[in-house]
Ligand binder design. Structure first.
Ligand SMILES: [Zn+2]
Length: 98
């Protein structure tokens, strides 16, 4: 991941631990997906319980790895919505560094 952005200079990793929030996004999307697929398959009886368990176990391992970068993008977009870059403190730091 480029940091800062090559186009506008926005720092993606604004502070230590800043990108940790993307883990919540990743977990939330994965959990919703698993619940929807589980109940979808459970009530339509498209898969047996063992098949469903195998499919969902694979999904919870593979999906978050694939979704990692998109979760970061969503997290940064939410942050940009509520705390646009650069905020006052970051502006002062940018002026100091020139
Ligand atoms: Zn940019």
């Amino acid at each position: 991941m480029n940091d800062p952005c090559a186009q506008c200079g926005r720092r993606f990793n604004r502070a230590p631990g800043y990108l940790l929030g993307s883990i919540y996004v990743n977990y939330g999307v994965t959990a919703v997906l698993v619940v929807v697929i589980y109940f979808g398959c459970y009530f339509t009886e498209t898969l047996t319980s063992k098949q469903l368990l195998a499919v969902l176990t694979g999904l919870i391992v593979v999906f978050p790895l694939w979704f990692f970068r998109y979760a970061r993008s969503i997290w940064i977009a939410f942050d940009e919505l509520f705390d646009p870059w650069p905020n006052e403190q970051e502006s002062r730091e940018l002026e100091k560094s020139g």
